[in-house]
Design a protein around this ligand. Structure first.
Ligand SMILES: [Zn+2]
Length: 402
């Protein structure tokens, strides 16, 4: 899966201007701080996190609130383990209860961009001490450090953030490090779009935790074993937005995967990180097929199984007349999803075998940068999309019959 974006809808209601009040509106209660005071609190809080000054961090929260203290202790432990390289908080307007939206920009070592989350914080008193911390209303995504203890395991190029206590952190960090090495070896530098070679993966403990991390409707991503996730709320296609941190989020259901399948999965997802596919203009068959083409060669047994499954699929339902559509990667049964990935991979494999890896790489780069697919394919491989699709169909029929 390439990218998950949370879009935000703003509802605006229009109405006639009301008559001016006969008397001036009451002024705000004295205990509600100004937005400027709230912002100063947030700046001190962020600085304390970055400089690891625990007493100064705790000083920004209302004292003698046991529930709040539990949360702030958890946040301190989690953020200390994550070692953020960036942590910035911006206050929105406060309502009469002193509550306002807060934007959280953050990054950790290994990120190639910034994650952005939104939350609702409540401030009180002239000093704007924090009295309540709430996540954004659903379907907002929640940062991995928000509600459960985490374990952070660093290994080579990888940082694995594991939610809850467990023994899997080292294995996931090893896998992610191995995947990064494979992608560095297989994806030429010209195709790596600002990727540092480092990988951050997040492994939630439960299906609910997976949903909270990714936001959106519960269960929306449950069909995927992992996603390369443009972390937070911003749209990476917006050129005005700064580069987004893309991390790999593993579905807890994937914990029981065969180790080779887990390696394949992570190599596929890390290819998306390297390509910064979150902002790709290419069709998904090319994005997903290329990621599988990078991943399969390291796992010969799984490659052989994929070839068998592809032949079986073509025998069962016939050779397709068109390349998989973007929607084929987003919906349908597991079998349909598997078929879309197999077909996408087979198309990329055919381009590489028939026209060479360099032609495929040119095609991937051009289509990803916004050149139309037909034009990009013609300039990279000298064949138009209609002709290529017919050739690909014939090759599938031939392979299935042999
Ligand atoms: Zn993918």
């Amino acid at each position: 899966m390439t990218v998950v974006l949370v879009t935000w809808a703003f509802l605006v209601t229009g109405c006639a201007a009301p008559a001016p009040p006969a008397t001036p509106p009451p002024s705000r209660p004295a205990e509600v701080p100004t937005r400027a005071a709230a912002q100063q609190t947030l700046q001190r809080l962020a600085a304390a996190i970055l400089d690891r000054r625990q007493a100064d961090f705790q000083a920004e929260f209302a004292a003698a609130d046991a529930v709040l203290r539990t949360t702030t202790d958890l946040w301190w432990a989690n953020l200390t383990a994550l070692r953020p390289t960036r942590f910035a908080l911006v206050a929105g307007a406060l309502d009469d209860a002193g509550t306002g939206e807060v934007t959280i920009d953050w990054a950790i070592p290994g990120d190639s961009g910034t994650a952005t989350h939104r939350a609702r914080f409540t401030f009180a008193g002239a000093a704007a001490r924090l009295t309540a911390l709430r996540p954004a209303d659903p379907p907002g995504a929640r940062p991995v450090w928000w509600s459960d203890p985490i374990e952070v395991v660093r290994q080579g190029r990888a940082t694995a953030v594991i939610v809850g206590a467990g023994t899997t952190g080292r294995a996931w960090a090893d896998r992610a490090d191995r995947a990064a090495g494979r992608v560095l070896a297989a994806v030429p530098e010209s195709l790596r779009r600002g990727w540092s070679g480092a990988v951050v993966i997040e492994v939630p403990a439960t299906a609910e935790g997976y949903d909270r991390l990714l936001g959106g409707e519960p269960g929306r991503q449950s069909g995927y074993a992992a996603v390369a996730w443009a972390e937070g709320v911003a749209d990476p296609r917006d050129p005005a937005t700064e580069r987004i941190a893309v991390r790999v989020v593993v579905n807890p259901d994937a914990a029981g995967l065969d180790p080779r399948a887990a390696d394949l999965l992570l190599t596929h997802e890390v290819t998306h990180l390297a390509r910064y596919d979150a902002g790709s203009a290419a069709p998904l068959w090319l994005v997903e097929g290329f990621a599988d083409l990078v991943a399969y060669p390291s796992e010969p047994d799984l490659l052989a199984t994929a070839e068998q499954n592809l032949r079986a699929t073509v025998r069962q339902v016939g050779a397709p007349t068109a390349l998989p559509a973007d929607d084929d990667f987003r919906a349908g049964s597991d079998r349909d999803l598997d078929r879309a990935y197999l077909l996408a991979w087979s198309a990329c494999l055919l381009i590489s075998e028939r026209y060479g890896a360099a032609a495929l790489h040119h095609f991937v780069a051009a289509a990803g940068a916004g050149t139309g697919v037909d034009r990009a394919l013609r300039s990279a491989a000298g064949v138009d999309l209609t002709r290529f699709t017919a050739d690909w169909r014939q090759s599938l029929i031939k392979d299935a019959g042999s």
